[in-house]
Ligand binder design. Structure first.
Ligand code: PRX
Length: 647
């Protein structure tokens, strides 16, 4: 029997969405999505309200995904201007620096509006306009939000690159998006360590050769020394200072692109997930309001980085569209010690806290003391995102962090989704540790078997979504065919998530993890193919195969099997060199946790690598290898088992 955590009565009494609301509105959202979303669309300020609500077909012939197609609006106006009359002095962003000894900053809606306008004007002066791409490679500082909103104001398409990616990864993204301008900082600061952001951009531009990039704007953050290459490189301050505090917002069609965000898939290089203006903002704002039960005086903190979709939707766009106070934290949970998150909660009287299971597991390992020495009485709601949360971590989060008072929303969604698709609505129904529970309004999840048959009732299989929702990605940037093939070809007429799921007798969904060749490391998506390509770029590597394995802290770890070029010798130095090589090619988040020498890889007679076997060896489950008789050379497996590292 699973334990059931009912909605606390006090919470239900004040909730934005009750069970009765959900039952009624969910039914309508499926029966008559036009009426439902037409009504919800009124939560945004439109320059021209939409009369068309949805034009959607997942079929190959008439494939299209368009929402509010004749509507016009500007995202930055919705996140800033419309709040000025009533919330001008309200804090829009709280900035909590890496070091607790540095003073935090509070930026009002009025001040944020002015800063966005100044940068918008500066970007226009630099020749950036509607439809141009701007790469943002910044630490978790206020300028990151300012840069995103300034792009939105002038209709430029931003593409934020996570600060943990290497020069190579930046170069790929700059090339693919054809960015005209890059906004970066001298250095980032995380846990007291400096991250050489500007130097990484320099490296990327050198690697990329001739690019579309005309200007690099550099925010002076740490004051560290950087090379400025004139006239390409400009100090952010110098171009922004003196700009007017107002900036005419661009009139955008609802289907004009808002941003591109690169994410890993099963094959090839990361794809540019394209989100558009109207549907994305509406979905981010509406899910933020309903899932986090947002009230006017909440202090809301999402610990994600703006380099990921969670930061886009639930640090910047959702909260600001709702006029909320959103906290941006530059640092890490363990610096200066394992109490930092909770000290920040107390310092700013945070009411809603949203983080990843990997952080919870890491803090859980440090015991209760670092939590218990703080008060946390301001907290009223906790959230989780990025990977399945194990029930043990869920209970610790609930009992220790939330003192048993706060509901937990385990929110399942993906970069492709724009916002939360399956999650508790905290005032509406009981939760179960480890389950994302029920679908959001307008979302129709289903479970299919490998052949694509819809499964009924209690079942387990592949998770699909039967129809569109406004926040759905619209295409892979520059590659419509890849978009269709990746998500709509496997099961005709349905969106395939790449995740496995189980549905229990109450209709609750339990996400079981990726069923494709994507590894979820600490909530970060890494394609096995990406790590393999990085490894074989090394001159001493002949072949590589990468799989995920269960990891106590990270959820999944990266396990690499490497076959060396004939004549090369296996050594610990080479092993270190290869790990460093992957960090350089992709970034530290893709470092293999284990690297095992493989004199040969297990292949079928037709030459296909049998990953199932490699996964079982990595999991240290040699008794579950299954049928190995189809291998070209079954003795390869014994050699690998004998050679297994770690365990
Ligand atoms: O496998 C699922 C897992 O993270 C994947 C999406 O990763 P990304 O696009 O980077 O977005 C992460 C943040 C939205 C999914 O395919 N995932 C995300 N949230 C959960 C989850 N798995 C289980 N439970 C969740 N709450």
């Amino acid at each position: 029997m699973t334990d059931l955590y009912p909605v606390p009565e006090a919470f239900a009494a004040q909730a934005n969405v009750t069970w009765a609301d959900y039952e009624r509105d969910y039914a309508e959202s499926i029966r008559d999505p036009e009426a439902f979303w037409g009504r919800v669309a009124q939560r945004l300020d439109w320059m021209k309200p939409p009369t068309r609500i949805r034009d959607v077909s997942f079929d190959r012939q008439n494939f299209q995904i368009r929402w509010f197609a004749d509507g016009e609006l500007n995202v930055s106006v919705n996140c800033l201007d419309r709040h000025l009359a009533t919330r001008g002095d309200k804090t829009a962003l709280i900035f909590e620096p890496d070091s607790p000894d540095e003073p935090p900053q509070r930026i009002s809606y009025r001040e944020l509006h002015a800063r966005v306008c100044r940068l918008g004007n500066a970007l226009r002066n630099l020749g950036v306009g509607k439809g141009d791409r701007v790469t943002i490679y910044l630490p978790m500082i206020v300028e990151a939000a300012v840069a995103m909103l300034a792009c939105a104001r002038i209709g430029a398409i931003h593409t934020v690159v996570f600060g943990g990616f290497s020069s190579n990864s930046i170069a790929d993204r700059v090339r693919d998006s054809g960015a005209k301008l890059i906004i970066t900082a001298d250095e980032g600061l995380r846990g007291g360590k400096k991250v050489p952001l500007k130097a990484n951009v320099d490296g990327a531009l050198k690697l990329a050769g001739t690019t579309s990039v005309e200007t690099v704007l550099v925010v002076r953050h740490t004051g560290g020394a950087v090379d400025m290459q004139m006239p390409r490189d400009r100090w952010y301050d110098a171009v922004v200072d003196g700009q007017p505090d107002s900036c005419e917002p661009e009139r955008m069609n609802a289907e004009d692109p808002l941003f591109i965000l690169y994410t890993s898939g099963s094959t090839g290089k990361p794809k540019g997930v394209l989100h558009t203006t109207g549907g994305y903002l509406l979905f981010a704002s509406y899910t933020h309001w309903a899932v986090f039960d947002i009230k006017e005086d909440d202090v809301y903190w999402c610990t994600a980085d703006v380099g990921w979709v969670t930061g886009h939707s639930y640090i910047v766009y959702g909260p600001l569209a709702n006029g909320s106070t959103s906290l941006m934290f530059e640092g890490v949970p363990s610096h200066p010690d394992a109490s930092r998150f909770w000290q920040v909660v107390d310092r700013h009287q945070v009411t809603i806290f949203y983080t990843a299971p990997t952080a919870i597991r890491a803090l859980m390992r440090e015991g209760e003391e670092p939590v218990k020495r703080t008060s946390r009485t301001s907290l009223r709601l906790l959230g989780s995102v990025g990977e399945p949360i194990n029930p043990e971590a869920w209970r610790w989060y609930h009992d220790v962090v939330g003192d048993g008072r706060c509901p937990i929303v385990d929110t399942w969604w993906q970069t492709e989704n724009g916002g939360i698709l399956i999650s508790p609505l905290p005032g509406a129904w009981a939760t179960k540790p480890g389950s994302a529970t029920l679908p959001f309004f307008g979302v129709q999840p289903a479970i299919v078997d490998a052949a694509g048959n819809l499964l009924e009732g209690e079942c387990e299989g592949n998770l699909v979504i039967m129809d569109s929702w406004p926040g759905q990605m619209r295409t892979v940037y520059g590659d419509d065919q890849r978009f269709f093939d990746t998500y709509f070809a496997a099961y005709p007429g349905m969106y395939f998530t790449g995740d496995g799921a189980r549905r229990d007798a109450d209709g609750y969904y339990w996400i079981t993890g990726r069923v494709d060749d994507v590894i979820n490391v600490s909530g970060h998506r890494i394609g096995t193919a990406e790590v393999e390509s990085a490894l074989v770029l090394h001159p001493k590597v002949a072949e590589a195969a990468v799989v995920g394995f269960p990891h106590d802290l990270k959820g999944q770890g990266i396990y690499a099997y490497v076959t060396l070029v004939a004549g090369e010798v296996e050594s610990d130095e080479l092993l270190k060199e290869l790990v460093a090589h992957v960090r350089k090619e992709i970034g530290p988040i893709a470092s293999p946790d284990f690297l095992q020498w493989a004199p040969a890889l297990p292949k079928t007679r037709s030459g296909k690598i049998m990953r199932r076997i490699l996964r079982k060896i990595a999991e240290n489950a040699p008794d579950q290898l299954g049928d190995t008789s189809t291998l070209a050379d079954p003795s390869v497996v014994d050699a690998l088992l004998g050679n297994r590292r770690g365990a």
